[in-house]
Design a protein around this ligand. Sequence first.
Ligand code: BGC
Length: 768
Amino acid sequence: MKIIKSTLIIMTAAAMMSCGPKGDPQLGKSSIDKVIAAMTLEEKAHLVIGTGMAGASGEAPVVGETRNLVPGAAGTTYPIPRLGIPAIVLADGPAGLRINPVREGDENTYYCTHFPIGTLLASTWNPELVKQVGAAIGEEVLEYGVDVLLAPALNIHRNPLCGRNFEYYSEDPLISGKIAAAYVNGIQSNGVGTSIKHYALNNQETNRMKNDVHVSPRAVREIYLKGFGIAVQESQPWTVMSSYNYVNGVYTSESKDLQTTMLRDEWGFRGMVMTDWFGGQDAVAQMEAGNDMLQPGRPGQFEDIVNGVREGRLPEEVLDRNVRRVLELILKSPRFKGYEFSNKPDLKAHAEVTRESAAEGMVLLENNGVLPLASDVRNIALFGTTSYDFIAGGTGSGNVNRAYTVSLLEGLEKAGYSVDADLSGIYSKYIEEETARLNPKSDDMMAMFIPKVRAGEFVPSAEMLERTVAANDLAIITLGRNSGEFLDRKIADFTLTDEEIGLITAVCGAFHDAGKKVVVLLNIGGVIETSSWKTVPDAVLCAWQAGQEGGNSVADVLKGVVSPSGRLTMTFPMAYSDHASSANFPIDLSFGMFGKDKDVEPQRNVDYTEYEEGIYVGYRWFDKQNLAVSYPFGYGLSYTAFEWSGASVKVGNKETVVTVNVKNTGSSNGKEVVELYVAAPSGGIDKPVKELRAFAKTNDLAPGETQQISLRINNSDLASYNESQNAWIVDEGEYSFMLGASSRDIRTTLTAHVKGSVTKTNALSFNK
Ligand code: BGC
């Protein structure tokens, strides 16, 4: 915990005594029991509801203007001054803190650092690094006077077209959970809170507030909840945010199974649960389920709760339980403790943190030796509109109001390269004109929520190509994609446009004819089609959306200051339709923010979505079907080479340890990722060909250096979920422990006998 700079706060003399002026108990001075006992029913109902949201329909009045505590924050809790209960502030979101950068009548600015998107952070496969990023984000949260950051977001990448995949981590629950836990531990090391979201099964944006997920208990447990369980157990986030959708007919925020049985009884969660903004519908059911707080507060919720208690539909003890959890959260908060925030976080230091972490999460997909760039490469021709208009991150609540974004052009120039000025002039003019034409009514506010339409590509003329080839040593083409909250991506966003293919073909043709190389850079937030064109250029680097220092981070990788060590946390399929979930995903349907009403004819993938693929999400599906992929889960190249040797496995009573030596046999420094997949004996149920059960990243190894890696697995984590027995079952028998550099590049397979075990669980019925 950071040292609290000053304990002096605006505290009245009354608040410093255990009782207020009228003898009221004071939070923090009197026991929580006494504070609750002194609360009126109305005060309790207010405390479990946020203070409303500006501009929201029928908006509830904000008590004491709490929304001005930190302008631009997503919400606050309800203050009750007579009991010494302050309002605390909740703000988004995963890639950094989202607040307003400027304030009326105030000359200061309140920019936050835009860190890399969640997918990039996960692609580092480096929880220690993610923890450091979290620590930096948390410092901004603390120093800007925010108490809880509404992040991380760890829904599973069920389908490549989910509009918010960029905020999420992976198609695999283990890496999702481990990265989320690291992020939470980093943020909370500042003495501020987090909210792991969106709990759970919010895997599409289309009709997200009314969509009903139809899913099996096994898939729920093995795929969709597992990451949340890991995050809760390994980091105890201060809060959890329930999701918008229904699961098997029940709103997640109204599901006791999710909010109490799983979260608290099975995983031991000790914090508070809040809804997603305006989520769910029945305030009494939400209270009962254990969804302690409703955000941001909607007219009608207050009456529902008060009347619920008065009419005996909501036991007051249930309300008191939720009130207690809200009070426990407030007690931990910096605002309650009187932390005097500076409004001056260390943005300079954080620019370095984002630059370095972004470089580590970039994934080198192809390289025929052109990267790192040779020292005689000086002049570079930059193609693709995105080279000049770099995308720092996605849109919606995951956006961050940053002071700047370093484009590829700027990054390369700062790294000492000379970028073709004529080409740059042509692109700048084109982007300006096209952006204005394509976004006639766009304003900044809308752009934050809905991705602006980006200028498409054009195929350079023969003349333009001839000139740029003659004047440059190499070409870089950047392909860009942006997406965000409220909307899923379209198939057209997954595939390349004719102009993009034309651009790659024309530039590669012209440069290759002159014996010069071409690098393609992907500045994307989600998976795109790669199989049809990936071998045309000389290298492909997936830079993801790398935050505000993106151009600098890319330049560090291209130049070889950093050897790429990112690995994909999802499969890049040959075709979109190869994903099992594509049979049940809202493909190319347009339903906006508030979606469609359930009372009209239910529509597949809008009103409900069948998770027919069960546990076969991502590589689990591609392996089961033995389908060719463009890039497998876990894949990524390096500038150096590694040799793995001396692998061994030791199965103990509780834990299995797999050990391997990794040696850097190449000629430059680099980090390697070791992935441990396990195949279990069937035990009578269908099981995946293999599943990621552990992973580790080496240190930055110098040429010739060796590091021993030990991967530890709790034997109970080798279980599959058996629905007929409502139990996690480890089947006794021979297990294969596969050490891989990707899910399709298994270097060594060890076998060992593991004893069986059965862990009984509650049956999930998803009733209220
Ligand atoms: C998003 C959440 C976010 C909340 C508050 C919702 O629309 O789904 O992720 O935290 O708004 O801004």
